[in-house]
Design a protein around this ligand. Structure first.
Ligand code: NAD
Ligand code: MLT
Length: 310
């Protein structure tokens, strides 16, 4: 019987599918030396974002046929190294779209009304209503950077909230943007005009530090930025400086240049910043979706059926 190693927490629905065709070992939080030591025993590896599947892991996985990422981003997997060894890499491009979009929208509304800080204040025994005077999103301009699956759902909901929508995405047409109620503009204009900016693009060499000291300086002092895409698209030090100095009004981040977030000036910011620990895909529904989606693909490959690669 083939063997599958599951090295991050995966919903039981996915484990049940894998168990139909394979022996499934769930071993989470493995140090990388330990993973490298045991991976040669396995035909398939299933991960979320916690496991770094490096070239060393891939080279040690002599029997590996497939690596499954229960989520969208495969940036924790060395895909070129896997391809060189003929190992298929699969993901779940749509399983957590709604979860991530809803998290970004929740961040935008929480930033506007200081909900996390107000909650902490009441729980600490205070009743401070003046400190938490918020702003409305109605009739404000939302700039969406990356109008793919998540960005498009954010647009649909934001439109229902009465927001005006700008989008920047070099790979989609103005017609497509208009269908979702967005005016496609260049990035400079979006950053200058938006009251809220939300990022929904992949991290690539081109998008690393896309939001930096220079671009932050072009934003309105009332602008608030949300990043539920990938850490490193925003230069965190430049962002912390911009918030501290009042150059922009705030930020809500779910993803960081280095995860888990270590010592960081982001942690020292007041209620103008909201930080969550990479929770975009953390809904019951999304975790079932991605687990089933990826487990089915691993099962098929172990049965000798063709794969749909990431
Ligand atoms: P998608 O592929 O459907 O959309 C990405 C969009 O970004 C595409 O339309 C693409 O054309 C656009 N894009 C690419 N390069 C760009 C650039 N330089 N400038 C502007 N736009 C650019 O992907 P998606 O499913 O919508 O996911 C978006 C991001 O969210 C990914 O980075 C993904 O890894 C991340 N994500 C995070 C979480 C989380 O837990 N926080 C959950 C799911 C997805
Ligand atoms: C993804 O790319 O799907 C997200 O980062 C969510 C996750 O970590 O599973």
């Amino acid at each position: 019987m083939p063997k599958v190693l599951v090295s991050d927490p995966i919903d039981q629905a996915g484990l049940d599918i894998l168990s139909q065709v394979a022996q499934v070992d769930v071993k989470t939080k493995l140090p990388s030396e330990e993973l490298i030591k045991i991976i040669s025993n396995y035909d398939a590896l299933m991960v979320r974002s916690g496991t770094r599947v490096t070239q060393d892991v891939i080279d040690a996985g002599k029997q590996l046929k497939i690596i499954g990422r229960a989520g969208v981003g495969v940036d924790n997997i060395d895909v070129p190294a896997a391809t060189r060894r003929g190992i298929v890499v699969v993901n779940s491009p749509e399983g957590n779209t709604i979860a991530a979009a809803e998290h970004a929208l929740a961040m935008m509304l929480s930033l506007s009304r200081y909900i996390p800080a107000a909650d902490q204040s009441v729980k600490a025994g205070n009743w401070d209503r003046k400190r938490f005077l918020g702003v409305e999103v109605y009739k404000k301009t939302l700039g969406i950077v990356g109008l793919g699956k998540i960005g498009s759902h954010v647009a649909t909901v934001a439109r229902a909230l009465g927001m005006k929508l700008l989008a920047y995405d070099p790979f989609i047409s103005s017609e497509r943007a208009e269908q979702i109620g967005c005016r496609l503009v260049d990035l400079d204009l979006l950053l200058r005009e938006a009251d809220y900016i939300t990022l929904h693009l992949p991290k690539t060499p081109e998008t690393t530090h896309l939001i930096n000291a220079e671009s932050l300086a072009t934003m309105k002092p009332t602008a608030r930025i949300v990043n539920c895409a990938r850490g490193g698209i925003i230069d965190e030090e430049a962002l912390a400086t911009a918030i501290r100095s009042g150059q922009i009004a705030g930020a809500a981040l779910d993803v960081y240049e280095s995860e888990p977030l270590g010592t960081s000036s982001l942690r020292e910011l007041d209620m103008a910043a909201i930080l969550t620990p990479h929770l975009g895909a953390s809904t019951e529904e999304a975790q079932v979706n991605v687990a089933i989606d990826v487990a089915e693909q691993i099962r098929d490959v172990l049965l000798g059926l063709p794969a749909r690669s990431a």
